[in-house]
Design a binder for this molecule. Structure first.
Ligand code: F6P
Length: 376
């Protein structure tokens, strides 16, 4: 029988994480659970993701206090309305090839008396969860989060809706100043491999041009689309571009060549590059704005609070069912679960054929009629 579970948040933070932690805790420690199932659970929060499980020295009380914290209903009472992660996060990879700390993780899971671990994370955090489960026999379940919404096997990942709302709010603000000055604004949004944030944020905010990682674009074509629109009498324009979008024949633009523990370089700069080129080509006065981490900040939207709640409850269900190696998921309108293997085996990218119009560099105007696919 499960008696004590650990919960951690790894990778980039986002809104909705605290709601998930709260509902893992409330569900696990629910007095009704003890009455009905005879199981009573304790919840230990692990600080800073996998880093906490590597760094903690369970026999040292100071270290225990630094890297872990006991969670109960009262402790987490107000967490769901707060952004970020109160447990903290890190991009730590225990399976890093140069310094492999995965055994230390396993030893600490045992020393802390954790019968199961709930890992709330994206592709990187959940790939560690999968290896701990599959290669090292640990009892792990996952909760999907990433503002990029690029995890496979789920239609929703925590943080996405709040990030979308940030995009429309910021673009709305930019519209007034862009209009006042007849300017073109290039807005760079997050999205390392997947263009969901740009595509849906761009559509929701009415951007004229949307550029995504899944479809390499030509700057000349973007310029022509904007010129046509100005010629029609529109005084200003908004272009939304994913940080991972590429100019045809070129690589992504990076802020630096440094890589994190999972081997990722920091993306950024395509907005600026594009703004300069568009100004040269069109002669329109152009500015660029990088929304960057603002998209990950702030209080969670209603949807993120609710999804955090539903995912947190479902994660405890999986543990009670001893159904490990799985990630809770939202599919076709229902809360369900998929294997961690499925969640990480590929990324959920924008299907260009279905959702993107390469002729207009924008969302498709029809996703059902065959002619809409011949617009390129
Ligand atoms: O993976 C989510 C994400 O938000 C990406 O869109 C972005 O490239 C990355 O995180 C930035 O991460 P960091 O917090 O390390 O700057």
């Amino acid at each position: 029988m499960v008696r004590r579970i650990g919960v951690l948040t790894g990778g980039g933070d986002c809104a909705g994480l605290n709601s998930a932690i709260k509902w893992v805790t409330k569900t696990a420690t629910d007095p009704n659970l003890a009455v009905h199932s005879g199981q009573s659970l304790e919840v230990i929060g692990i600080r800073e993701g996998w880093r906490g499980l590597i760094e903690v020295e369970p026999n040292d009380s100071d270290s225990l206090a630094k890297w872990t914290t006991a969670l109960d209903e009262l402790v987490v009472r107000t967490w769901d309305r707060q952004g970020g992660t109160i447990l903290g996060s890190s991009r730590t990879n225990p399976f890093n090839q140069t310094i492999n700390k995965s055994q230390k993780c396993v030893e600490n899971i045992q020393a802390l008396g954790l019968d199961a671990v709930v890992a709330i994370g994206g592709e990187d955090t959940l790939s560690v969860a999968y290896k701990l489960y599959h290669d090292l026999g640990q009892k792990v379940v996952g909760i999907p989060k990433t503002i990029d919404r690029d995890l496979n096997g789920t239609d929703y990942t925590l943080g996405y809706d709040t990030a979308l709302n940030v995009i429309i709010e910021e673009v709305d603000r930019l519209r007034t100043t862009a209009g006042s000055h007849n300017r073109l604004f290039v807005v760079e949004v997050m999205g390392r491999h997947a263009g969901w944030l740009a595509l849906e944020g761009g559509q929701a905010s009415g951007a004229h041009v949307i550029l995504i990682p899944e479809y390499a674009f030509e700057v000349e074509k973007v310029a022509a689309l904007l010129e046509k629109r100005r010629a029609a009498g529109v005084r200003y324009d908004i272009v939304v571009v994913s940080e991972g979008a590429k100019i045809k024949g070129q690589e992504e633009v990076y802020i630096s060549d440094k890589v994190d523990s999972f081997g990722h370089k920091v993306l950024g700069g395509i907005g600026e590059t594009l703004a300069k080129k568009l100004e040269e080509l069109t002669g329109f006065e152009t500015r660029h704005v990088v929304l960057s981490h603002i998209q990950r900040g702030g209080n969670p939207s209603a949807r993120d609070r609710l999804m955090g709640r539903y995912f947190g409850i479902a994660a405890v269900d999986l543990i009670l069912e001893q159904d490990f190696g799985r990630m809770v998921a939202y599919r076709e309108g229902h809360i369900t679960s998929v294997s961690l293997k499925q969640a990480i085996e590929r990324l959920n990218l924008v299907e260009v054929d279905k959702y993107y119009d390469p002729a207009r560099y924008n969302g498709r105007r029809s996703s059902m009629l065959p002619w809409s696919r011949q617009s390129e």
